[in-house]
Ligand binder design. Sequence first.
Ligand code: UDP
Ligand code: MG
Length: 314
Amino acid sequence: MSLLYIVIPCYNEEEVLPETAKRVTDKLQRLISAGLCDDNSRILFVDDGSRDKTWGIIEQLHSENPFVCGLKLSRNKGHQNALLAGLMAAKGICDCAISMDADLQDDIEVLDDFLKKFHEGCDVVYGVRKKRDKDTFFKRFTAESFYKLMNKMGVEVVFNHADYRLLSRRALEGLSEFSEVNLFLRGIVPLIGYKSACVYYDRSERFAGESKYPLKKMLSFALDGITSFSIKPLRIISNLGIIISVFSIVGLLYALISKLLGNAVPGWTAIIASVWLLGGIQLLCLGVIGEYIGKIYSETKRRPKYFVDRFLIK
Ligand code: UDP
Ligand code: MG
């Protein structure tokens, strides 16, 4: 029988944790009695340096609930790092691990399907949202454009799949081999390979508390995703440079001919317009290149991604 770890990163989730623990425990018990996973399976809550009572609640749950384990990071390191910390803690212990968010926006009733696919021999099972009608128009629009942009940039991501997924023990071992500091798990997991499958579900609203991904965090996450996996933006810049050079040669010829023909006009508008335009394009290109240099800078330092403060296990 396969030993399952359900890994749940939590950042300031005191409002949802007790209810989440109750619902997931109930689900895990049903999975065990259905014979889908081992009765030593566990739920691992990862406290990502919360400022509220999250860790206190996890400690209490650990003492009362035989299924709950806890991992406390030394400080807030962000969703992706917290998730990785939990998965790496589970790696040597479990046969497979499923990651999900603390707010239970992802339907836990499809956990059966995850495990069935795993037993059919899949090493990676992606949870994919059927539709996003519960999201605000803005969130839906930005998120879907993001997946499309990623694919255009040549990054292999599963459309409408977030971090709700199952990884087998060897997929987890594969994941541990990736040493990059700028983590974007959605892009890394497809690179591991092995047999994979998708499970479809409806995503609901957060039942309590508010999103820990405000617009600013979401944008920087998207930018990280692109610049960590694709060098296309750099190539776009080179192509842009070539196109503009061609245009400027044509412009130069035109200016020379006009001068030779003696009908050179003052041309103030054209000069000012091109100065602004070129200045803008140059700054944009410098910014994109700078973004990659920044990434090289943080990768070469090889700083540790997280420190574990406490690990409650049974
Ligand atoms: N989270 C985390 N560290 C952070 C931010 C978020 O561990 O710095 C966790 C959070 O507790 C939740 C998950 O990441 O379990 C996803 O966050 P949220 O539900 O707020 O994102 P949304 O669903 O709004 O995109
Ligand atoms: Mg959420």
